[in-house]
Design a protein around this ligand. Structure first.
Ligand code: NAD
Length: 255
């Protein structure tokens, strides 16, 4: 992404009244969390049909917890990166109504964003599938003997399911309708680190576009949806977003 493109993206932010952000796995890659579809991503190692569907979790929860054994330490050690901080700053500047995220890693909140909609839930809590008792990450870790076995509820031996949304599982309808409302009523959506392959999240940019709102995509490589965007910014989110936010501040004459 060159200087002209940074200025153009910054100008779009300046010209917009209601800005909303949609983030995906790519936003956290620079925090050390692999995305799903890039080379070396999670799905190149774990077949999503065996490890990522609700059905597979119910019939073989041990498979998920096997994957979690590898993924959880990465999630626990990850720190927000410059892209998360740039988006938090945009909110403080009054130019981000909310971050709608597909990520489950809590890094936006840790960077300081306060309006965060977690479309795909969070890895930080879980529930017993029988009695719905709530468990914290620490409790799940203890009950899983540090991710070596499926954690079971001490009350009724039910399987504990983390509060992440599996493929084939419905999203929280309140979160989804709030996200749809934000997308529909925004005149600019910044889509960051998102291949737009996973629905219903992938449909949100279209809500903005249909109301004549503009779309700017930030990814490292082109996606099959790039033709829908008003602008495509290629580069690492942790490099590009801080540059765009700085350029916006200059345009808006914010010190
Ligand atoms: P995806 O893996 O399908 O696509 C990632 C996108 O990010 C790609 O377009 C890639 O070009 C881009 N990308 C990679 N590194 C980047 C960087 N440094 N800067 C900017 N862009 C970068 O991810 P998705 O569209 O979010 O969909 C996959 C699903 O995976 C989501 O549902 C999400 O819940 C889940 N997921 C979440 C995490 C997490 O919580 N951190 C991690 C992996 C997967």
């Amino acid at each position: 992404m060159n200087e002209d493109e940074i200025q153009r993206a910054a100008l779009m932010i300046l010209e917009s009244i209601q800005v909303v952000v949609l983030t995906g796995a790519g936003t956290s890659v620079e925090s050390g969390i692999p995305d799903f579809r890039s080379p070396g991503g999670l799905w190149t190692k774990y077949d999503p049909l065996l490890y990522g569907t609700y059905e597979s979790f119910v019939s073989h929860p041990e498979r998920f917890w096997e994957m979690a054994k590898e993924l959880n330490p990465t999630l626990e050690q990850a720190e927000p990166n410059l892209a998360h901080y740039a988006l938090a700053e945009l909110e403080r500047l009054g130019k981000c109504r909310a971050v709608i995220t597909q990520n489950i890693d809590h890094l936006h909140q840790r960077a300081g964003s306060t309006e965060v909609l977690e479309l795909h839930g969070t890895h930080r809590t879980g529930h017993c599938m029988r009695c719905r008792r709530l468990f914290t990450l620490e409790e799940m870790k203890e009950l899983s003997m540090d991710n070596t076995q499926v954690p079971r509820c001490p009350d009724d031996e039910g399987t504990i399911k983390p509060d992440v949304i599996f493929f084939g599982e419905p999203l929280d309808s309140r979160v989804l309708s709030k996200a749809a409302e934000l997308a529909t009523t925004s005149d600019l959506m910044l889509v960051v680190g998102c291949s737009l392959e996973v629905y219903p999240a992938a449909a949100l940019p279209d809500y903005t576009r249909r109301r004549k709102g503009r779309l700017v995509f930030f990814n490292t490589v082109a996606t099959s949806h790039d033709h829908e965007a008003d602008m495509v910014c290629l580069g690492k989110a942790g490099v590009v977003l801080p540059a765009v936010v700085e350029a916006y501040k200059k345009l808006a004459r914010i010190a």
